[in-house]
Ligand binder design. Structure first.
Ligand code: CA
Length: 216
């Protein structure tokens, strides 16, 4: 397994490289965002471990650029920031998973292995349903042809519903995917409410006691 590590903190990069090599990975390390983008474009890596705060180009820009170019290499983002919005931002821009520093190496390894087990085939360029078109790459949403502006978390909730197609998405699944385990399930209802206000009530149906699905 070949990994690209994009990290500007020398000691962190050295420690991660040492640990990952000991686990049998081949690791290439670059220390700024521009070099990271170039390497990820042409390097043929199995996964990228990408810091957010980088010289020359942020990790957000790197992953957003890769996705806009239809490059679906699995990306695990690292960040020292732990603000509520950072994680959603990273995932919105196309990262597959996100770890907040400081993290334990064991956790990094587990998340990385989970990422590598996942299918990393091409993703649909556009997600469509209930008159809504969502473009994960450009991060835009249209309802009946009219562009709608969504917050990062609203976008993620809608993306999950669209990916499920006509299937019901359990409230707990939305909670865990968008907010993380342990959060209050009421937040899901609140955000579905926001989405209904912006997109039209009838587009998202409540399946009592289970969750939500897109109207067909
Ligand atoms: Ca950094």
């Amino acid at each position: 397994m070949r990994l690209l590590l994009v990290e500007d903190e020398t000691r962190m990069a050295a420690a991660l490289t040492r640990g990952l090599v000991a686990e049998g990975f081949v690791v290439e390390h670059v220390a700024d965002g521009e070099a990271g983008l170039e390497a990820a474009r042409f390097g043929g890596y199995d996964a990228v471990v990408l810091d957010v705060m980088l010289p020359r180009m942020s990790g957000y820009t790197v992953v957003r650029t890769l996705r806009a170019e239809q490059n679906w290499v699995p990306v695990l983002m690292l960040s020292a920031k732990d603000g509520e919005y950072d994680e959603a931002d990273g995932l919105d821009y196309g990262a597959d998973d996100y770890l907040t520093k400081p993290f334990s190496f064991v956790v990094l390894l587990a998340r990385l292995r989970a990422l590598l087990r996942r299918e990393s085939g091409p993703r649909p360029v556009l997600l469509e349903g209930a008159g809504i078109v969502l473009d994960p790459a450009s991060h835009r949403v249209h309802a009946d042809g009219v562009e709608v502006s969504l917050s990062p978390r609203e976008f993620l909730v809608l993306e999950h519903l669209l990916r499920a197609g006509p299937a019901v998405v359990a409230k707990e699944d939305l909670l865990e995917s968008v907010w993380g385990p342990g959060d209050d399930a009421n937040v899901v209802e609140v955000y579905v409410g926001y989405l209904r206000r912006k997109l039209g009530r009838a587009r998202i149906e409540t399946v009592r006691g289970v969750g939500y699905r897109l109207a067909t």
